[in-house]
Design a protein around this ligand. Structure first.
Ligand code: NAP
Ligand code: F7E
Length: 344
């Protein structure tokens, strides 16, 4: 079996490539040329890097996507490439719309025109629920997007649904809730916290500076979520699935749990932007900065993944506490060994 992954240099690309190789797939991955030709998350796993066929290109380059689909004729395409940072999407909506909508359109059109039997996984997101009308959220929950990122993903979601119906394509949308890991990008809140805690463990006096501590998310482990992506493409019929853990936690709880991993207890003092997290001996370990708040927050998430559990047989193996432990322990080790992942 041949699989093509767009966004292979990101977090999910890393875990998905590993999973597919373990199933003996021939794996092709699209990577963008950067001035340093870095391969992102793949750079720290030489075996993985050697096992993947890298195709240098951009999802915005339609002729490149067309020729790639024509030449590779993959059995499965996992379309993960995106401008995936919600905060940045408020600052640069145009780039976000371009990559996330046009990029998806290029992949869809190329499959339709040159490789109709290829199965497509499209990475969509719980962010499409935005300001959720009900909690927990499932495939029937109305969408209410609250950021350029969410709007772009909703456009891609409907485009995939439309092509599936109009042209009989095997194309699915995974509606994935937040998933994190050792190789999470440094701008995301979980990695900011795990890395900040690891630095404090190693003697740093720099507090971790955060925005909205009360945002409520459903955080799972990326390694579990890429299995769900694969499962969706092994079904008899194409369909869309919600993937999450069914647990809800705040950013504040993530901070508290992360400090527990290094044997520290956080106490909260003050209110709003003056709130701080202090250690038992009174050291300020966490601060709040208004600039890290978003113009709109989407923050009451919890997945109802019943459909995935029943139809795919999928369950998350790693829940909140274990996830936090995995991330903090990894960063502690990573810093002390000066071992890469080069993302941070
Ligand atoms: P990520 O770490 O930000 O990776 C994004 C990938 O897309 C990177 O490989 C990036 O390449 C690539 N990319 C961006 N623009 C591109 C372009 N114009 N052409 C080609 N490649 C491009 O994201 P992730 O966490 O792995 O997420 C994977 C997908 O799932 C994304 O679509 C994201 O929106 C979606 N998603 C993620 C989550 C989550 O919690 N992680 C939840 C729901 C949905 P560079 O390395 O060159 O930047
Ligand atoms: O924010 C709050 C912030 O940037 C999580 C992407 O993978 O998951 C991810 O999007 C929450 C938000 O992820 C900071 O306001 C507080 O409420 O880690 P994040 P995200 O925006 O949820 C979804 C499902 C995706 O689809 C996306 O691609 O944490 N928060 N303080 C902060 N967030 C950041 N980044 N930095 C802070 O200092």
């Amino acid at each position: 079996m041949k699989a093509l992954i767009t966004g292979i240099t990101g977090q999910d690309g890393y875990f998905l490539a590993k999973l597919l190789l373990s199933k003996n797939y021939e794996v092709y991955g699209i990577a963008r040329r950067k001035s340093n030709m870095s391969l992102g998350t793949l750079d720290c796993d030489e075996t993985l890097k050697r096992s993947v066929n890298i195709l240098w290109g951009d999802v915005l380059d339609n002729p490149f996507i067309e020729s790639t689909i024509k030449q590779v004729k993959p059995d499965e395409v996992y379309h993960l490439a995106a401008q995936s940072f919600v905060g940045y999407s408020f600052e640069n909506p145009e780039v976000t719309y371009d990559v996330n909508i046009k990029g998806t359109l290029h992949v869809l059109n190329s499959i339709k025109d040159y490789s109709k039997s290829t199965r497509l996984y499209n990475a969509t997101t719980s962010e499409m629920f935005g300001k959720p009308q009900v909690t927990p959220q499932n495939e029937k929950t109305p969408f209410f997007p609250r950021s350029p990122y969410a709007i772009s993903k909703l456009a891609a979601y409907w485009t995939v649904a439309d092509y599936r119906e109009a042209y009989g394509m095997f194309a699915v949308n995974g509606i994935l809730f937040n998933h994190e890991s050792e190789v999470r990008g440094p701008e995301f809140v979980t990695k900011k916290i795990s890395l900040g805690v690891a630095k404090i463990y190693h003697g740093s006096h720099d507090p971790i500076v955060l925005g909205n501590l009360d945002a409520k998310k459903d955080w799972g482990y990326a390694r579990d979520y890429v299995e769900a992506m694969w499962m969706m493409l092994q079904q008899d019929k194409p369909d869309d699935y919600v993937i999450g853990t069914g647990e809800q936690h705040t950013v504040r709880e993530f901070v508290e749990e992360a400090f527990k991993v290094i044997g520290m207890t956080i106490r909260w003092k003050g209110e709003g932007v003056n709130e701080v997290g202090v250690s038992e001996d009174g050291r300020v370990l966490v601060k709040v900065d208004l600039r890290l708040f978003r113009p709109l927050e989407s923050d009451n998430y919890m997945a109802d993944y019943t459909k995935a559990r029943i139809k795919l047989g999928w369950e998350p193996a790693v829940k909140f506490k274990e996830l936090v432990k995995i991330m903090v322990e990894h960063d502690i080790k990573n810093l002390s060994q000066n071992h890469c992942f080069k993302r941070y």
